[in-house]
Design a protein around this ligand. Structure first.
Ligand code: ADP
Ligand code: MG
Length: 576
């Protein structure tokens, strides 16, 4: 009988492990930079070439290694950070599994140059697909320099899953931001194709570090939050509810210095903001949570971005409590009724008896320019009798009509959003969007990490009708915007747009532009909570009919709902 079961050779084992640890160039950056931090480096520089696919190099001034250790480091499960499983309960370092270096080396070509302070010379070790090809003595500064080239050269299937250079690089930036936020004493630098992208000097002040990574605008919107409950300590910064983002990318949660993705904490935090932040909006929050190391398990996943808590309830309560009490600074946060999906329950519901009784003329609460703008938009629409009879508005959010089939309810925001979306899309498709030039150009500042991509998106934004020009450090000046946008905070619109483009870029530029159109449409549309005159309501209906009537907004939410006569009859038990 031939033996069928055999132990896999190390190279194969490492390559399998690499599948979990090394997903993309950013994972290499994360692992190498974590090693540099564990080695006590105070200066860490990262050089990426071609989105990190062609090459990644991380240089630190940490402890370095002597030759034998440097070689052992590439063996599987070789680590200096724990000795027994007991040490896991008191783990203070970022690494401990001893998997990163062998995994990275198994799917690339690596050259490591390293030297301890007391040694006169250092060692240079080269590896290819995990095998050592050269070892030599060399003169070098104290610390470690790891260069990784041709990632996934020997695993073409993996390589195929890599995205564009820009996308892969954006993951690298994000990996560095995540590590650099809590380690404010470390000087981080990041270069892409020799261009300096980030240079974050050391500081004692966490808030300053957050500002230099997330940008000045964010810095200004942040407030300190702090709570201590028995062994749990939470400290961090949270943005004013009025300052929000279209996605959760500004939420950074650390547990004992380690960046984690944790649904419990995320949920508690959003729950705390509820009612004060708009629907589908997210705050910027950087939260440092300290728990006793024995009360959680960090060894849940090879990338260690998940943790398991002994007591989830306590953490949830702690974070929720923190954000429920958080008012966003000295001034009380007003509940903003105009926020989409705001508290409808507290609002008085009124159904107007007939359109004739409905107050017409300009509605209260909007600025003059907003009104003139909307006026001019509506002027274009010739009155025409439609098959719909407007009965009134409910809750300053829904238009109620009689249709030939029964009762029609229209969500004014969703419906208008769809109209604006179609008009913007036509502008983009024709290559000649209608724009309005701003008399007083506004500026928007981005974080240094976002800036590279912002510059790249300027032409795309131009196609939408946003004429933006670089203006000093990480800043653009808004010269014009699509003319369909009412006079609102253009700065906020542009910053949302760019963040949405960045968020969607992984799905390709077409999808990203579509997402950008949706965001713009949302900003350009009538809000719910806005009182409408009969004229405004009928203008909206006509626009809807002009667009060929539709039932959903660009996001797929319903824009109208119909209750037909048979349904009404059943409701009142006139017919079964
Ligand atoms: P882990 O970090 O989980 O221990 P790694 O494979 O990432 O495993 O690294 C293996 C070992 O190599 C580390 O435990 C550490 O002793 C050493 N090492 C790796 N990178 C560095 C570095 N930049 N400076 C000093 N030592 C390092
Ligand atoms: Mg490591």
């Amino acid at each position: 009988m031939t033996q069928r079961i055999h132990i896999l050779p190390d190279e194969v084992v490492n390559r399998i492990a690499a599948g979990e640890v090394v997903e993309r160039p950013a994972s290499v950056v994360k692992e190498l930079v974590e090693n540099s931090i564990d080695a006590g480096g105070s200066e860490i520089s990262v050089f990426a070439e071609g989105g990190g696919i062609r090459g990644i190099r991380v240089i630190d001034n940490g402890t370095g290694m002597e030759r034998t250790d440097a070689l052992t480091a590439f063996q599987r499960y070789a680590t200096s950070k724990i000795r027994s499983s007991d040490d896991l309960a008191t783990i203070q370092t970022l690494g401990f599994r001893g998997e990163a270096l062998p995994s990275i080396a198994s799917v690339s070509r690596v050259k490591m140059v390293t030297k301890e302070a007391q040694s006169l010379s250092g060692s240079e070790i080269s590896l290819e697909a995990g095998r050592v090809t050269e070892i030599r003595e060399t003169g070098c500064p104290t610390g470690t320099d790891v260069a990784v080239e041709d990632l996934f050269f020997n695993t073409p299937a993996r390589r195929k899953f890599l995205r564009s250079v820009a996308t892969e690089f954006s993951h690298i930036v994000e990996a560095i931001v995540r590590i650099a936020l809590p380690y404010c004493g470390v000087h981080f630098r990041l270069f892409h194709n020799e261009k300096r992208i980030l240079d974050v000097p050391p500081t004692k002040d966490r808030l300053i570090r957050i500002g230099s990574l997330l940008g000045n605008e964010t810095y200004k919107a942040l407030h300190r939050v702090r709570i201590r409950m028995d062994a749990l300590e939470i400290d961090g910064y949270a943005s004013d509810p009025a300052f929000s983002r279209p996605n959760a990318k500004g939420i950074y949660i650390y547990v004992n210095g380690r960046f984690v993705k944790d649904r419990t904490i995320h949920h508690a935090l959003m729950e705390g903001y509820r009612g004060r932040i708009g629907k589908d909006r997210y705050p910027v929050v950087v939260l440092f949570i300290q728990v006793p190391p024995w009360s959680m398990d960090v060894n849940v996943h090879p990338t260690k971005s998940e943790v398991r808590f002994g007591s989830t309830g306590v953490i949830h309560q702690g974070v929720l409590g923190l954000f429920q009490d958080f008012t966003g600074g000295p001034g009380e946060i007003r509940h903003d009724d105009s926020i989409d999906g705001g508290d409808l329950n507290g609002r008085r519901m009124t159904v107007m008896e007939s359109a004739a009784e409905y107050p017409s003329g300009p509605s209260i609460g909007r600025t003059e320019s907003e009104l003139t703008h909307e006026g001019s938009r509506r002027e274009l629409l010739k009155k025409k009798t439609s098959s719909l009879r407007i009965l009134g508005q409910v809750g300053r959010a829904y238009i109620v009509c009689e249709s030939p089939r029964g009762l029609l309810l229209i969500d004014q925001h969703a419906a208008h959003e769809r109209i604006v979306f179609q008009q913007l899309k036509r502008g983009v498709d024709s290559g000649r969007p209608e724009v309005q030039r701003l008399l007083l150009p506004e500026t928007v500042e981005f974080s240094p990490a976002e800036w590279e991509r912002v510059e790249r998106y300027l032409p795309e934004l131009g196609r939408l009708g946003f004429d933006l020009e670089p203006f000093g450090r990480n800043t653009v000046v808004i010269k014009s915007v699509p003319s369909i946008l009412p006079r609102r905070d253009y700065g906020q619109i542009v910053s949302d747009l760019v963040r949405d483009l960045i968020g969607e870029e992984a799905h390709g530029i077409g999808k990203a532009i579509e997402a950008a159109l949706k965001v713009t449409a949302c900003h350009g549309a009538l809000r719910s909570g806005q009182e409408l005159s009969t004229e405004e309501m009928s203008a909206l209906l006509e626009e809807m009919e002009g667009e060929g009537f539709f039932y959903t907004c660009p996001h797929g939410r319903p824009a109208c709902r119909e209750i037909d006569t048979p349904q009404l009859e059943r409701m009142f038990m006139r017919k079964s």
